[in-house]
Ligand binder design. Structure first.
Ligand code: PEP
Ligand code: MG
Length: 748
């Protein structure tokens, strides 16, 4: 094959564009395209594989391979060379395909006689739509120019696929974005919602991937770059006037990219080969996104996000499709986004019915706001952005972390039944809101709620919670760009107590580190952050922040009773030291003339197994202990709470864990130390019932769980439940759950 020249490349793209203008069906167009590519590139074979569904690729057209294989040959992602390209999004260029790693022989294609193989992903904005392959009988490596030319062709094919050019009779391909799709993510906030997709950032559509006049396209690119640089300079000057240093850094990175010769040069080269300016931007953006997935370094990934954002701005300038020209907000909007900051979410307000994020995490700011508003949230819904279009029908199941896009009627019906049942249950719970969680055997279990934002406080009334058993104070720190001021915090704590109207609020001091990274704190390079410098360890090492927070709590209480607990205490000395800090601050505040709290309770969170075996004096000194089951369980089973692969392996009702809880309960009983449980498990009715049966008398949970937990407790004889649990504990079962659930089902 001769060296690729720019004019040849443009000729190839020109011929491809002609196929778009022809009035032919999708399959005929695909066939013609493979013929043109093989002809123009001088290869024996050209084949196009497209995704049939999210996991399967199908040979959709070929020049040179056996025609009977078309729409018959399929492979899964990762399978064979083609599947490997789809999975890794990387080029495979080999002179001896049958000997290449992962090669899979497909007898129906007759490809065994072709030695050299060049395949690359057909991708649009980082989303892989298929794979383009050329093959030849002679054994040779394709040149860089040939690879580059084929990348440009693949880019054009991606745009054509997106424009629906390959649909129609005989194509045996369903239109993209019309099939139903299921996404399994993770639960960010429970609840079910039905509505229509509302994309946080609407997709830009490129209708003219190929251009005739490279000079005109270069001028368009230069003009758009000029405007972009101007707007980045404006943003930068505005940020220089402000105090937000992080924002300034981001805009400085923007300016660096906007002036990057390498970036512009690559786009200019794409244009020289025949792409339009916007297609050139998109091609480079796809490459950036592919790189983003591979880069392990969080800082570099952030910078690639910056470049991606700049590319979006450039695309909008070139296509005239502004961010605000997206669809109108539908009736029941379900927000779909890659990620979203709390500020942006607050701007949308409570009109959102649900939220689905491609990234995000349970501890993310968005999750915090969504929880405060009780908006169902699914995080980590991979590929949702590439599949969802504005207005698509969507069902969000926050309980299971599942999203149904464009569901079939049967799925929608089942889902509506679920929503109706949840509503009925809510009505039932409302009727017992003011009643105590008193069991049939007479024990009263105190049910508190967990909170972290002012916005959570109204739930205190609506849920019927006795108080706030865990107020996660770090949320105030996480949603800011700098350490909040003492006066600001004191005002917030005061308002929280005001809103609680005399009900007890247990403030947990700052629990950062592990997955809760403050945006303004220098990240620690720790191999195991969950076992690292976090929570009380940071507090005791950085006393300034802890003391400031304790002062704010004392001032916020302004004479009212104050309850404080320290997180992640692993040994007695840590508690003694932290407690002493609070006592010192009380003395100091008194001297400064501030009103002291009427009473002060100082507790510890039991989140590491070591504390269960602490000296008796620890139990005597603590005014109360609260079991942080989320952390305790992860350390007990050595199973990362954030890692879905291992988290689900270990049941909270595992006999070992219950026996361990029994030990903690008995130690607290011995020393008469009030004990509560405030991990997520307290909000699961079966778990809550077992905890109560084991002897816990105070549980703290998210507000929406109080109704279901209370409803079950009120129907239970705890002595009977304990007997069932004990029977299961000695039977050799791994978990008491099957026996307990069986017993519960038998009674209802
Ligand atoms: C826990 O670990 O159970 C707990 C309540 O604290 P957090 O979830 O905030 O770590
Ligand atoms: Mg914890």
């Amino acid at each position: 094959m001769p060296e690729r020249s720019e004019s040849e490349s443009r000729k190839l793209l020109g011929r491809l564009r002609d196929t778009l203008a022809e009035d032919s069906a999708g399959q005929a167009r695909l066939d013609r395209i493979t013929h043109i590519i093989a002809d123009q590139m001088g290869t024996d074979v050209c084949s196009i594989y497209l995704f049939r569904d999210t996991e399967t690729l199908e040979l959709c057209a070929t020049e040179g391979l056996n025609q009977d294989a078309v729409h018959q040959t399929r492979m899964r992602v990762g399978e064979g060379l083609v599947g490997r390209i789809a999975k890794t999004k990387r080029v495979v260029n080999t002179e001896d395909a049958p000997s290449a790693k992962g090669f899979r022989f497909m007898p129906e294609t007759g490809e065994e006689i072709f030695s050299s193989f060049l395949g690359l992903p057909i991708q649009r904005l980082g989303e892989t739509l298929g794979v383009l392959v050329v093959q030849s009988k002679d054994a040779r490596i394709y040149s860089d120019d040939e690879v580059y030319a084929l990348e440009v062709v693949a880019m054009v094919l991606a745009e054509m696929t997106e424009l629906g050019a390959f649909l129609g009779e005989g194509a045996a391909l369903s239109a993209r974005h019309t099939q139903q799709a299921l996404f399994r993510g993770a639960c960010g906030q429970e609840g079910a919602a039905e509505g229509q997709v509302y994309l946080h950032e609407p997709r830009v559509v490129v209708t003219n991937p190929i251009a005739d006049d490279p000079h005109a396209e270069l001028r368009r690119l230069q003009d758009a770059m000029g405007t972009l640089r101007g707007s980045v300079d404006d943003m930068l000057s505005a940020a220089t006037l402000g105090t937000d240093k992080d924002q300034l850094k981001v805009f400085e990175a923007y300016r660096m990219f906007a002036n990057s010769r390498g970036w512009v040069r690559r786009m200019e080269e794409d244009i020289a080969l025949g792409l339009s300016a916007e297609a050139a931007v998109e091609k480079e953006q796809s490459a950036t996104r592919a790189r983003m997935e591979r880069v392990p370094d969080a800082y570099l990934r952030e910078r690639l996000h910056d470049l991606d954002d700049l590319s979006n701005r450039l695309l909008r300038l070139l296509t005239g499709q502004g961010a605000d020209t997206g669809a109108e907000m539908p009736d029941k909007p379900i927000l779909v986004a890659r990620n979203i900051g709390p500020g942006e979410l607050l701007e949308y307000g409570k009109k959102l019915r649900g939220i689905v994020l491609e990234e995000g995490s349970v501890g993310s700011h968005a999750a915090i706001v969504a929880r405060a508003w009780a908006i169902p949230l699914v995080i980590n819904a991979k590929r949702i952005l590439t599949e969802a279009l504005n207005g698509d029908h969507i069902l969000v199941d926050g309980d299971q972390g599942v999203v149904h896009l464009r569901p079939e009627d049967a799925v929608s019906t089942a889902f509506r039944d679920k929503i109706a049942m949840q509503m009925q249950a809510q009505e039932r719970y409302a009727s017992i809101r003011k009643k105590p969680a008193q069991t049939l055997s007479g024990e009263v279990i105190a049910l508190d709620m967990n909170a972290g934002l002012m916005a959570d406080l109204p739930s205190l009334d609506s849920s019927g919670a006795e108080g706030v058993g865990l107020f996660r104070t770090e949320l105030q720190f996480l949603t800011r760009n700098q350490v909040p001021k003492r006066s600001e915090l004191a005002a917030i704590y005061g308002s929280v107590m005001d809103a609680a109207g005399g009900k007890r609020v247990t403030f947990r001091t700052l629990d950062i580190g592990s997955d809760k990274v403050l945006p303004y704190m220098k990240p620690q390079d720790e191999p195991n952050p969950a076992l690292g410098w976090r929570a009380i360890r940071v507090g005791l090492d950085k006393k300034g922040v802890m003391r400031m927070q304790l002062q704010a709590l004392i001032r916020g209480a302004a004479g009212r009773p104050l309850t404080v607990m320290f997180p992640f205490i692993a040994q007695f000395e840590e508690f003694r030291e932290a407690r002493q800090h609070l006592l010192d601050e009380l003395e100091r505040e008194d001297k400064l003339g501030h009103k002291l709290p009427e009473t002060v309770e100082i507790g510890a969170m039991l989140e590491t197994p070591s504390l269960a075996y602490a000296p008796r004096q620890f139990y005597e000194l603590a005014d109360f202990i609260s079991i942080g089951g989320n952390d305790l369980k992860q350390f007990f089973f050595a199973a990362d709470r954030e890692n879905e692969l291992v988290r689900r392996r270990y049941d909270t009702l595992n006999v070992s864990f219950l026996t361990f809880l029994e030990h903690i309960i008995s130690r607290c009983t011995d020393t008469k130390t009030p004990l509560s449980f405030c991990g997520e498990d307290a909000g699961r009715p079966v778990e809550a019932m077992c905890f109560a049966a084991m002897g816990l008398r105070r549980l703290s949970m998210r507000p929406a769980s109080i109704g279901p937990v209370k409803s079950l407790l009120r129907r239970i004889d705890l002595a009977e439940a304990k007997a069932v649990i004990d029977e299961a504990r000695v039977s050799g079962d791994q978990s008491v759950r099957p026996t307990v659930v069986n017993w519960l089902t038998g009674r209802s």
